[in-house]
Every structure is written in C-alpha cells, then in structure tokens.
Write a protein that binds this ligand. Structure first.
Ligand code: PMV
Length: 333
C-alpha cells in the first residue's frame, strides 16, 4: 500500500473547492510511552502503540492561503528557500494531500517551541497543517481520518490532533487504517510538564534514520515491543488512578529504555549532552531527598520534567529557567 492510495481512500469524493484560507492550531505532545520503530517506513506505521500528553498552548499555528506559482513556506515569519529540507518535506506532503502540484499554497506557520530539538515540533506542525488543509479544502474529515493523514507527515503528529492524554493505536492492517490516535477520557489538571532546554541546536540525526538504524542494528531492540506494551498498560493504570509515582516511574523507565536501544545501535545514536546527564542525576538526587519529580526525553538532549502543581515552587527554585506547561490550562505557568 502506498501513501497515495491511503490518501485516495480517505479523500475519495471530497476534493472540494478551496476557500480563501484555512487555519488551525495543534499542540505539541510529549510521549509518556514512546513510539520508537516503524513496521512500515512509508506509511509511518509503528511497531508499538504509544501514549502522550499534549502541551496545551505550546504548539504550532498554521495558516494556508492560495498563491501564484510554487508553494511557499514561512516558519516564524521567515521564508524558507525552496530546497531547504523542511520546505521540501512540506511541499511533498502538500503534493500528496492535494493529489498534485495545484493549487500552489502559501503556508505560514508560527511555533512557540524550538524546532528539531526533540520537542516534537514536527508533530504539532503536521497536525496543524492537516487541520488547516481540511478547513481550506472543505474536506470535513473526522478526527480519525485527520490523525491518519497527520501520521503520514510524521508519526507522532497523529497524536497532536487531540488535547490531554492521547493513545496512538499501533493497529495491524497493512494500509494502516487502524493506526490512529484517540484522546483518553481522563483529565489530570494538577499535572505539570517542565521543559528543560539543554540545547536548541538541530539534532545530529533525525528520528526517522535513528529509528531505522536502531531497528536494524540494536540487539536490545528485540526487547522493546514487550517493554512498550507493559509500560503502556502501566501508564494507563497510573492515569486512571492518578497515581503520580507510577506515572513518573513508568515514563522515566520507558524513555531510558528507548535511549538504551539507540545507544546500542551501530553506529551508536546518543542524543545526550553532558548537561543532560547532569540534570538526570540532579533529578534522581532530588527524588532521594523526597521531591517527587521525574523526567522523560525524546530524540534530543532536552528533558521534560514531570511533577504536580503543589510542587511547582520547589521545582522553580531548583530549575530557575524551567518553562512550565499546564497541559489543561492557559499555557506557560
Ligand atoms: O514522529 P517522529 O518521527 O518525530 O518520531 C518521534 C519519536 C519520539 O519523539 C522519540 C517518541 C514519541 O513517541 O514521540
């Protein structure tokens, strides 16, 4: 099954007439149980299911309008040159969803998260773009179809369509029609995410090649699917019971296990910088002193701290520059 066939299936009979513009916002998301490894490289079908939390007002806003000639992409008010990798990726995605090069589109995106530093910027970017195109073309697709289309842009984008806790079902069908994300009914308003930025530099290797290399060369990867399945159940139990230590412990172990599979790949994939490791040690030591704080990490050197509202002052005192996100609130705390 090719990407074009999936798009055809979802958009059959919906190629409506474009509006004057379409816009949408999508939150960034942080996985508490990670997606690492594809069973289908073209369709971004995952080996395992995953579960994330969306970051409320941290994310990407995208507006799509028609233009003359070729597609043009602005990120945070700067126009990208047409052969920049991000511009090509977006243009390929537009061509896929439009079913060809027309109509040419002007895509303006603004993000309040660092690009390419393991902060899921591509997730919110593709989720916002799919929603903006849905409005622009008047497709009137349901959330499941939008999640599948966003997945074709970036796997984790399938989860950025929804607020709160979101599960992406791995599915098993070759065409991936059963591989989409859905929000969980639970809310946890006292949960906080702290974004500890070690570096805003572009990562040395993107998640796509890193996942592939891990799958192909790491012997530890064989143990990942079973671990991910167990962790998914534990995270769901923790969320349903609002059991914070279980949530934190599971998310932290899950992230470290994912990184262990990368480190054991060849050539090794190591996203950590010295300050990443220093911060992990600080968090472990704070926990030993009785402060309930845990971390998770994606394909980058930055850490995302997990804690509860009642500990916010103590956490701020320990990590002065920390950007604190209230996933169900107004954004920056
Ligand atoms: O969606 P991608 O290709 O950017 O992959 C994201 C992978 C991780 O962020 C490391 C894990 C996850 O589940 O988001």
């Amino acid at each position: 099954m090719r990407k074009q066939d999936v798009v055809e299936k979802l958009l059959a009979g919906r190629r409506g007439s474009p509006r004057s513009s379409g816009d949408a916002f999508a939150s960034s998301n942080i996985a508490l149980c990670k997606y690492w490894g594809k069973r289908d490289e073209e369709l971004n079908l995952p080996v395992t299911s995953s579960l994330s939390i969306s970051l409320g007002r941290k994310g990407t806003y995208t507006q799509v309008t028609p233009t003359e000639g070729r597609d043009r992409l602005y990120i945070n008010y700067d126009e990208l040159v047409p052969d920049a990798p991000a511009a090509r990726r977006v243009e390929d995605f537009l061509t896929l969803l439009r079913g060809g090069p027309d109509p040419a589109l002007l895509v303006r995106t603004t993000s309040n998260i660092p690009m390419a530093a393991g902060l899921a910027s591509s997730a919110s970017a593709f989720a916002a773009l799919v929603q903006a195109l849905n409005v622009f073309f008047g497709w009137a697709l349901d959330p499941r179809a939008l999640s599948i289309l966003a997945r074709l842009g970036s796997g984790s984008a399938s989860r950025s369509l929804f607020p709160g806790f979101v599960e992406w079902h791995a599915g098993g069908e070759p065409d991936g029609m059963d591989s989409y994300a859905e929000p969980l009914p639970h809310r946890w308003p006292s949960l906080r995410i702290g974004i500890f930025t070690v570096s805003r530099a572009a990562k040395p290797i993107g998640s796509r090649p890193a996942m592939l290399r891990t799958r192909e060369t790491s012997r530890l990867y064989a143990s990942w699917p079973a671990q991910a399945a167990d962790d998914l159940e534990k995270v769901k139990t923790a969320i349903a019971a609002k059991n914070f230590p279980l949530l934190g412990e599971t998310a932290e172990t899950n992230a470290l296990s994912m990184h262990a599979t990368m480190i054991s790949a060849w050539p090794p994939v190591l996203y950590w910088l010295p300050e990443t490791v220093q911060t992990m040690r600080r968090i472990w030591s704070l926990r030993e002193q009785g402060l309930p704080v845990y971390f998770t990490m994606d394909a980058g050197p930055n850490l995302k701290l997990l804690f509860e509202r009642e500990r916010e002052q103590e956490i701020r005192a320990q990590f002065p520059g920390l950007e604190i996100v209230d996933p169900w609130g107004r954004g920056d705390g």
